[in-house]
Design a protein around this ligand. Structure first.
Ligand code: NAP
Ligand code: GDP
Length: 321
């Protein structure tokens, strides 16, 4: 199915954030197709916690396909403070987007979960079948339960109405257009912003926690390429983890060293161990992704961090911070 003139109309909710800007960039530079029209929506186009505004956006755009990114998002320290807001806002946004997609007969919806939402006590590597196996980490239970419900909704819409609603599960994302706010954002943009300030002010660079937790980071442009593939070709309702391999997991200390190198920082480095470490690791398996896309090449993390640091320095005034 497509719009009257045969075009697919793809609405990207949260189209102005880190992941949305990555998809926009890849569509413009690599993946443009004549039979697709892409619409990138921000909260200014509609507050998706509001059912009427959600409906009005869908009536204006008339999407045949939806990539659903809009969410209340943040790093460990924002999650620790606002579990209730993460739970309520995301439940409202997700229910409005999925139900309006159903009512407007959208052909396919791809929503976004996260490896943060997996059980805290688990075996490794984590895979797609383990999403609901036990309570999430205490630090972000609000975000986690709201996101887990998307998977439940996808199955229920499929079972009751035959909808093709599915989801991807990315690891910790970074890249241009990230939220570089030091309190609210994720670790890599936070570290980049701190190194920038330390270099400018001649002050120490302070890394929070012990530096020993481990993460698989994914570059927003790699995630964008995979998201577009999922929208066009992934056939399942069950979600798929979008992650670099287990061997590419790094410690926070190693990630910080890559930021230091990329920004050519020569000053003092400290760890503030009074700050939380959060979940020690969430090592995810990308075996399912590799089954579908055995030849997909991820950008090496050193190059991706360098490109993101360069973007932050070049766009320092305008960047979210
Ligand atoms: P982001 O940079 O914070 O962008 C969030 C987007 O959602 C923005 O476009 C924002 O619009 C929109 N939005 C927020 N509240 C909204 C509302 N009430 N109504 C309408 N739009 C709203 O987030 P991101 O990092 O790109 O995250 C995108 C998706 O990836 C999310 O679903 C997130 O859970 C998931 N994810 C992210 C990570 C990560 O490390 N960043 C990891 C795994 C999964 P405005 O620009 O107008 O504010
Ligand atoms: P998570 O991956 O969901 O836990 O979220 P983050 O992207 O916020 O990463 C949190 C991890 O990075 C924890 O181990 C923190 O202790 C560590 N970390 C070190 N420095 C920072 C920082 O400046 N900001 C953030 N958000 N985390 C930091």
């Amino acid at each position: 199915m497509s719009s009257g003139d045969g075009k697919k109309v793809i609405l990207v909710t949260g189209g102005t954030g880190l992941v949305g800007e990555g998809i926009r960039h890849i569509i413009v530079t690599e993946e443009k197709r004549e039979d697709e029209e892409w619409v990138f929506a921000s909260s200014k186009d509609a507050d998706l916690t509001n059912a009427e505004q959600t409906r009005a956006l869908f009536e204006r755009v008339k999407p045949t396909h939806v990539i659903h990114l809009a969410a209340f998002v943040g790093g460990l320290f924002r999650n620790l403070k606002y579990n209730l807001d993460f739970l309520r806002r995301n439940i409202l946004i997700n229910d409005n987007v999925l139900n309006t997609s159903f009512e407007m007969k959208v052909e396919k919806v791809v929503s976004c979960l996260s490896t943060c939402i997996f059980p805290d006590k688990t075996t490794y590597p984590i895979d797609e079948k383990m999403v609901h196996n036990g309570p999430p980490h205490d630090s972000n239970f609000g975000y986690s339960y709201a996101k887990r419900l998307i998977d439940v909704q996808n199955r229920a819409y499929h079972q009751q109405h035959g909808c093709h609603f599915t989801a991807v599960i990315p690891t910790n994302v970074f890249g241009p257009h990230d939220n570089f706010n030091m309190e609210d954002g994720h670790v890599l943009p936070g570290l980049m912003h701190k190194v920038y300030n330390a270099k400018r002010d001649g002050t120490p660079f302070v890394i929070w926690g012990t530096g020993s937790p481990r993460r698989q980071f994914i570059y927003s442009l790699d995630l964008a390429r995979l998201f577009i593939w999922v929208l066009r070709d992934y056939p399942e309702i069950d979600p798929i983890i979008l992650s670099v391999g287990e061997e590419d997991e790094v410690s926070i200390k190693e990630a910080a060293e890559l930021v230091i190198e990329a920004m050519d920082f020569k000053g003092e480095v400290r760890y503030d161990t009074s700050k939380a470490d959060g979940q020690f690791k969430k090592t995810a398996s990308n075996a399912k992704l590799r089954k579908y896309k055995p030849d997909f090449k991820f950008t090496p993390i050193k190059q991706a961090i360098k490109e993101t640091c360069d973007w932050f320095v070049a766009n320092h005034e305008a960047a979210r911070k």
